[in-house]
Design a protein around this ligand. Structure first.
Ligand code: URA
Length: 233
């Protein structure tokens, strides 16, 4: 473990107790800085023509009633060639205002989670199950998920990630088409339907803000994801 990774774990709220006699580099089994990304030798791109044209289509979508209340759609952000695709639930108030996923408090924690894994927000791609904000942050309705599903599927086809990190129950259940409680799903490896793309599930950062004691479990999940990524690359 690198010293700055320890710092990010601290930001994430995970206390790492180090024996004074233990070299810092050996304190945990997560050499996340070793193989971080992710085609990093490629020039940084904020989008691709195909993603841009999909984003334009999404921007005018009226497939469900959520379009009536939105300020704007929240398509997704990040590296169009990312190995890591992070999928959350739906935009909140801040995301609806800014047009970018995970920019509020939960987003800050997500950034720390990524940094603890040796990843930056710019290296990964971040998207949501829904592209529009549900009123009062209520759960997405099944018909809204169905209306938005083809957009996410196309994003996955275009980005061709090596692994999906599903954050939160709504993302996990809708991606995998199950109704298993998240406590039972987290830490396991699933496959995105009709593909061999691995999906690892962890708690939503907003939940972790409310239940900081669960951060340690989430870090275990992230280590599982890093392991799978290393094995598959
Ligand atoms: N929560 C999510 O699931 N997605 C966001 O973009 C913001 C908060």
């Amino acid at each position: 473990m690198q010293v700055n990774q320890l710092q990010y774990l601290k930001e994430m709220g995970v206390d790492v107790w180090i024996d004074r006699n233990t070299p810092v580099l050996n304190v945990m089994d997560s050499p996340a800085e070793e193989k971080t990304d992710n085609k990093s030798d490629l020039p940084k791109q904020s989008s691709s023509p195909e993603l841009d044209s999909l984003a334009k289509k999404v921007a005018v979508c009226q497939q469900c009633s959520l379009h009536e209340g939105r300020t704007q759609t929240v398509f997704g952000v990040g590296n169009p060639n990312a190995d890591w695709l992070v999928i959350g639930e739906a935009p909140g108030a801040e995301e609806d205002r800014q047009g970018e996923p995970f920019v509020g408090r939960a987003g800050k924690l997500l950034n720390s989670m990524l940094r603890a894994m040796g990843l930056s927000r710019e290296q990964v791609y971040i998207a949501n199950i829904l592209k529009c904000r549900p009123p009062n942050n209520r759960d997405p309705r099944p018909e809204e998920v169905v209306a938005c599903e083809s957009y996410l599927r196309r994003q996955i086809e275009l980005i061709q990630p090596k692994i999906i990190l599903a954050v939160g129950r709504i993302a996990a259940q809708n991606l995998l088409k199950v109704d298993t409680p998240i406590g039972k799903m987290r830490g396991n490896v699933y496959q995105y339907p009709d593909s061999d793309l691995p999906v690892v599930v962890t708690y939503h950062p907003a939940y972790l803000l409310r239940s900081p004691r669960e951060k340690r479990k989430s870090w275990e999940d992230l280590k599982v994801a890093m392991q799978i990524y290393r094995e598959d690359s």
